[in-house]
Design a protein around this ligand. Structure first.
Ligand code: G4P
Length: 313
């Protein structure tokens, strides 16, 4: 699926982040607990390579708790990495965040060595909401506007703990196809940049595989085992009265219903990827990129050969 991508913005963001990283002790990356890997920005991993990192799996209230545990263990097994689950219902998120950061860099702290951390995350991951809760006032705009860039701010979470909020970060160039669909399903990608029906069919395919019971219960569907994603979408449309003249299903309406209810957590606490699945998807994506590059190279060589042939004839 083609998602619009703006290299100009990314380059600027990359430069900004690289500059900001100097003097930073811990990089906090906020992730969406429903799609931790897809909502990560590989640029952060690349730029923050040797920096201690805290992954916050946010919106855990919407995610499958057992899969969140799998992801937390997976992140904690990575060098220099700590991970915590969080959601907007957490009363004292700053305490959790501060404790996790101090654990990562125990040698910093106290007024002479304040801990400096930077927080980043792709749009819609809940960064403004978290910062508002931690500061107790509305200093950053919240709202569902993926791609909105906000200015950097410095927030004192304790006398010796400074949090730098980076300006809005756009989603990364999407290389893992499944990741693109998951980002779109989560609402991180603006509506104009995706084909809603395609996104919903991929979502339903995954839910059929992992959360068929939740799907059946929400939409009062009888036996859906062995069914195709599009058949399920059709049944949902029928159940919800998304029907056009002549009894045809209004696929757009049915798709909107599923997407909205998924985003609001009404189908259940669902996670769209697991660490082992992600590894497989990523490997496949890499192979595909390599294949495409090889095909391109072969094509270019062929063009050059033909051009030479013409010149010599
Ligand atoms: P951002 O700064 O990272 O772009 O995200 P922001 O805080 O604006 O949050 C994006 C949306 O996600 C908001 O919903 C927000 O309420 C919701 N959200 C943030 N944290 C959590 C969480 O832990 N759990 C759940 N379930 N939702 C969360 P919205 O519909 O865009 O706006 P509104 O409902 O707040 O008006």
């Amino acid at each position: 699926m083609a998602i619009q991508w703006f290299p100009g913005h990314m380059n600027k963001a990359k430069k900004d982040v690289a500059e900001r990283l100097r003097g930073i002790d811990v990089v906090i990356e906020m992730l969406d607990a429903r799609l931790p890997a897809s909502s990560a920005n590989p640029m952060i991993a690349q730029l923050a390579r040797r920096k201690p990192t805290l992954k916050i799996l946010n919106k855990q209230d919407l995610a499958d708790p057992s899969v969140t545990q799998q992801w937390l263990s997976w992140y904690r097994s990575q060098p220099g990495t700590q991970a915590i689950g969080l959601d907007a219902g957490e009363r004292a998120p700053s305490q959790k965040l501060i404790a996790a950061c101090r654990e990562l860099v125990p040698n910093r702290g106290g007024l002479d060595k304040p801990l400096r951390v930077m927080i980043c995350g792709i749009p819609n991951v809940g960064k403004s909401t978290l910062i508002n809760t931690m500061t107790g006032r509305k200093i950053a705009k919240t709202g569902n506007m993926p791609g909105v860039t906000k200015g950097e701010q410095r927030i004192m979470l304790a006398d010796d703990f400074e949090l730098f909020d980076t300006p809005g970060m756009l989603w990364p160039k999407i290389e893992v196809e499944e990741g693109g669909y998951n980002l779109a399903a989560s609402g991180a990608v603006g509506r104009n940049a995706m084909d809603e029906e395609e996104v919903v069919l991929e979502l339903l395919k995954y839910l059929l595989q992992h959360y068929a019971a939740e799907l059946s219960a929400r939409y009062k569907l009888d036996d859906i085992s062995g069914m195709q994603d599009w058949q399920v979408l059709e049944m949902i449309g029928k159940k919800r009265g998304a029907v056009l003249g002549g009894g045809r299903i209004n696929i757009q309406k049915a798709s909107e219903i599923v997407l909205t209810e998924f985003r609001d957590g009404l189908i259940g606490r669902l996670t769209l990827e697991r660490p082992d699945e992600w590894a497989v998807w990523k490997k496949r994506a890499k192979e595909l990129i390599a294949e495409r590059a090889a095909a391109k190279q072969a094509r270019e060589q062929e063009y050059a050969k033909r051009a030479n042939g013409k010149r010599n004839s």
